[in-house]
Design a protein around this ligand. Structure first.
Ligand SMILES: [Zn+2]
Length: 134
């Protein structure tokens, strides 16, 4: 039996984001492989090699089983994996820039391991807004 989906998504496990994110992703991509890890795409650049390996393994399994061509990398506002908004002194612009920096770093890691995947970089805010940054 063959089964395929076009997209794999990595998002944070944080319950506050799930419903709005899933609604957006369902509309954008339909069926997709979903990876939920603390920090979302930040798991790909975590300081702990075991966390990075676990995240990459999920992509490997998805690519082998479901042959997606697209990876959606997500991070979000007030993520505990980045110290929450408090780590940025509640400066939304500074936090957003850090989100973008982390997304681009995660993107580099993923492309190195899976050059066939095209990537979509996404930031979600706590009000549910999902923004594609590239
Ligand atoms: Zn989070």
């Amino acid at each position: 039996m063959s089964h395929h989906c076009d997209t794999i998504v990595i998002r944070c496990m944080d319950f506050r984001l799930r419903k709005a994110f899933d609604a957006w992703a369902d509309e954008q991509y339909g069926d997709y492989d979903g990876v939920g890890m603390a920090g979302g795409a930040r798991a790909l650049i975590d300081t702990d090699p075991a966390t990075r390996a676990t995240a990459l393994k999920q992509f490997q399994i998805s690519v082998e089983l479901h042959t997606p061509g697209r990876a959606v990398l997500t991070v979000h506002q007030d993520c505990g994996a980045a110290g929450g908004s408090a780590a940025f002194g509640k400066d939304a612009a500074r936090e957003r820039k850090a989100c973008e920096t982390d997304l681009h770093a995660a993107d580099q890691v993923l492309r190195k391991h899976f050059p066939s995947l095209t990537t979509v970089l996404v930031i979600q805010t706590l009000d549910g807004t999902v923004t594609v940054v590239s």
